[in-house]
Design a protein around this ligand. Structure first.
Ligand code: OAD
Length: 242
């Protein structure tokens, strides 16, 4: 059953020149990084409104900072997995390739992917609340101050905040001319990320969804592969090389 689906996926890739990939927390789950939703998801134990909003940070910056500090330490202990590495191979295989990730962990880039856009920022960057200057930071328990004197915040997108316009525009433009959209490990409930595969489908792009379980995109997909992203994507690379 699975091998027939893998073969179909490989077939989709063989004659596709341009491929757009949207990833979510599920691709990093195989590296040991908790996802947000579902049984062991972060939002089971923490309230998003207490930790991932601007008002939460304004109310209690130190608590929010420490939470990001804790998440950084989990990510720093993790390594890219076979799923991330498979996408590096796909980038080499496809003439035109773009990954849009909702993940802030940087693992896709660490695996070696070159064409990665971050929709929700990066947990290893801090940004000045006043002048917008960004810096790299790792495991600093104290909230850094900008050279201008203002407080810095994690350079991630919080609930209620807009995503970077240029990243979104580049993604829509890429989908306008791509052949295939692959969605990996996202619950597809957070906008605007979830609308991108729908946009592609409405323009006649083929859609493949890789997830452990059904999502709002499952019924729309030309092909669903249910299971662990690391396993499925390494099978795909083996199939392309075989
Ligand atoms: P979610 O936690 O909402 O969803 C993770 C998805 O990955 C679920 O659909 C799981 O079924 C699937 N999954 C888990 N393990 C998997 C595995 N090993 N292989 C394949 N699939 C697997 O994460 P996102 O959709 O990325 O935003 O969440 C979107 C945004 O909501 C995040 O970027 C974050 C969050 O709140 C902000 O912080 C702004």
């Amino acid at each position: 059953m699975r091998s027939a689906e893998i073969e179909r996926f490989v077939g989709f890739l063989r004659d596709k020149r341009s491929v757009f990939v949207l990833t979510g927390a599920g691709i990093s789950a195989d590296s040991g990084i908790p996802t947000f939703r579902g049984q062991d998801g972060i939002w089971k134990n923490y309230q998003a409104t207490d930790l991932a909003t601007l008002s939460a940070f304004q109310r209690n910056p130190q608590i929010v900072w420490e939470w990001y500090h804790w998440r950084q330490s989990i990510i720093l202990d993790a390594e890219p997995n076979e799923g991330h590495r498979a996408l590096v191979h796909l980038e080499e295989y496809c003439p035109s390739f773009l990954i849009l990730t909702q993940n802030v962990d940087g693992l896709q880039q660490k695996a070696g992917s070159k064409s990665v856009l971050e929709l929700h920022g990066n947990i290893f960057r801090a940004r000045c609340m006043d002048c917008g200057q960004t810096i790299h930071h790792e495991l600093e328990p104290e909230i850094p101050k900008c050279v201008c004197g203002a407080m810095m915040r994690p350079d991630v997108v919080w609930f209620g905040e807009p995503v970077p316009t240029d990243v979104l525009q580049r993604s829509f433009a890429f989908i306008d001319s791509c052949d295939l959209v692959i969605v990996i490990g996202t619950s597809a409930v957070v906008q605007p990320a979830a609308s991108l595969p729908v946009y592609g489908k409405n323009r006649g792009r083929q859609l493949v969804v890789v997830n452990r379980e059904a999502t709002p995109l499952s019924d729309l997909a030309d092909l669903n592969l249910f299971g662990h992203a690391a396993e499925i994507l390494s099978d795909i690379v083996r199939g392309l090389n075989g």
